[in-house]
Ligand binder design. Structure first.
Ligand SMILES: [Fe+2]
Length: 229
């Protein structure tokens, strides 16, 4: 069985240059730097905006990585969704986005489908962060669950690992490539885990293997007394 390999890198919070530490400026410079990094590693990439991003600037400056809401990887279709809204960290799926998702799911008929968006649709047990989850998840859930080919949903934003279910759909969230949030914390809290990412082995028969890795021997430590970011 053929296996397609995919890595999810999320919540980059890049600053304006390689020396920046936890900046998340959403500036042209940060996207130009990201474009160059991706080029240096010579990988194919698809991206979607998060709540800190300026999607227009991303489109403009990720010059070698045009935005593809639908892409194909072996026998798989990758569908990216925009769950961000301007001016708030809370996720939302607009009616327009919902209609686009329906069209794109039909476009990918016959493929196994991985759906990905920035915000998590369910509560993970961090009260402060759970308030920022997608605030209207039900219509999206019904739509995704009605397509048998949707195999999993993958998100970021929560800066922590979760492997579980959204109703009947397998749901995975992923640590940030920057700082991590403390799991099961009522109020904002940072953990001292290093940057992480998630890997997927997507089998041509629709099977999924996935796991999270943290960077080893990372010598920077976040200020875990911080009350915000
Ligand atoms: Fe986020």
């Amino acid at each position: 069985m053929a296996v397609s390999k995919l890595i999810q890198i999320t919540d980059l919070h890049l600053g304006e240059g390689p020396q920046s530490v936890l900046a998340g400026t959403s500036s042209a410079e940060s996207y130009i730097m990201l474009n160059q990094l991706l080029k240096d590693y010579d990988k194919q990439a698809v991206w979607l905006p998060g709540n800190h991003d300026n999607a227009e600037l991303m489109e403009q400056h990720l010059t070698d990585y045009p935005s593809y809401p639908v892409s194909e990887l072996g026998n798989w279709g990758i569908l990216t969704l925009d769950s961000s809204q301007p001016g708030t960290p809370v996720g939302h799926i607009s009616d327009e986005e919902l209609r686009r998702v329906d069209d794109r799911l039909n476009q990918l008929a016959g493929k196994s489908i991985l759906v990905t968006m920035h915000h998590c649709p369910i509560a993970l047990g961090c009260q402060w962060l759970d308030k920022q989850r997608v605030n209207n998840p039900n219509s999206l859930y019904d739509l995704l669950a009605s397509h048998n080919d949707v195999k999993l949903v993958v998100t970021g934003h929560v800066h922590q690992q979760y492997d579980g279910l959204w109703g009947d759909l397998p749901l995975y969230t992923t640590p940030s490539s920057c700082i991590q949030f403390k799991q099961h914390s009522k109020d904002f809290a940072i953990s001292d885990q290093p940057p992480g990412y998630r890997w997927f082995d997507l089998g041509s028969n629709g099977t999924v293997r996935t796991g999270v890795e943290f960077i080893r021997n990372f010598d920077q430590h976040p200020d875990t007394d911080n009350a915000g970011y």
